[in-house]
Design a protein around this ligand. Sequence first.
Ligand code: GLU
Length: 318
Amino acid sequence: MKISKKDLTAIVKEAYNAVKDENGGKNADYIPYLQNIPSSLFGIALCLPDGRIIEVGDTQYVFGIESVSKVLTAILVINEYGTAEVMNRIGADATGLPFNSIFAILLEKDHPSSPLVNAGAISACSMVKPTGDADKKWQAIDSYFARLCGGKLSVIDELYKSESATNFNNKSIAWLLKNYNRIYDDPDMSLDLYTRQCSYGVTARQLAVCGATIANKGVNPVTGERVFDSAIAPQIVSLIATVGFYEHTGDWLYTSGIPAKTGVGGGIMAIMPGSFGLAAFSPPLDDAGNSYRAQLAIKYITNKLGVNIFGDSVLEVV
Ligand code: GLU
């Protein structure tokens, strides 16, 4: 399907205007820092495989990446270990349960289920090389995130402190994984890496570039650098498609047609393979922890364009 950049820009702006006054949802309150972010913030950014970016609203506002970070570390470990090894050690299953579910680990004690829920993400951090060296592991995460997003990210210190002081549930997860031999480095260190990566500040624009890198099978369209092997792109998109919206993933995919990963900081990163990366950000969340306005905005755009991962159209922007 062909569309001009001008028409695509008009659709993104239309989505922004249609959604900006929607007032559903509320900021995450279980992480004190997130509670105080202005709820009216809202931005949409779309990045094409040739690096052109369309953006409207608060696309340069730096917010907590939170669970969207799980995708980036998943790519790092899949790229390092291969798809089969990550399947063996973590798995790729959707439990249909909330992102921080302990019950899910008890049910699936043979696997943390998927690197895109808390248990699997903490396990993925434990797999980052080199084993046993927290500083070098952090450097590996830090430089890889920069390559995926096309620029260095910085940790929001206040968020990191806020989350570290209140992450009792995640501590339980890390040690339960230890009980099942599903964590591959020190549990406290792995959890700290996870908490730090969730506390990265990111912009909607950077998430759109990261999404476009995935849509582009590993080549960052802005820097031109190959960041991961193109052969693993389908597995990455499948993880996002199956669990990106936690227990609302089926509803999301059915209504939006596009795999996307959310974070409780209010960001959503969506991927249309071969066509674009699309990010939206707005702090108020629905009851499953997904940004209320960002969901509406992305759905507006995909439905208007008629793109769907299960359809056959690739968007060609002229
Ligand atoms: N850091 C958050 C946590 O572990 C991430 C949750 C999310 O964004 O879904 O609870």
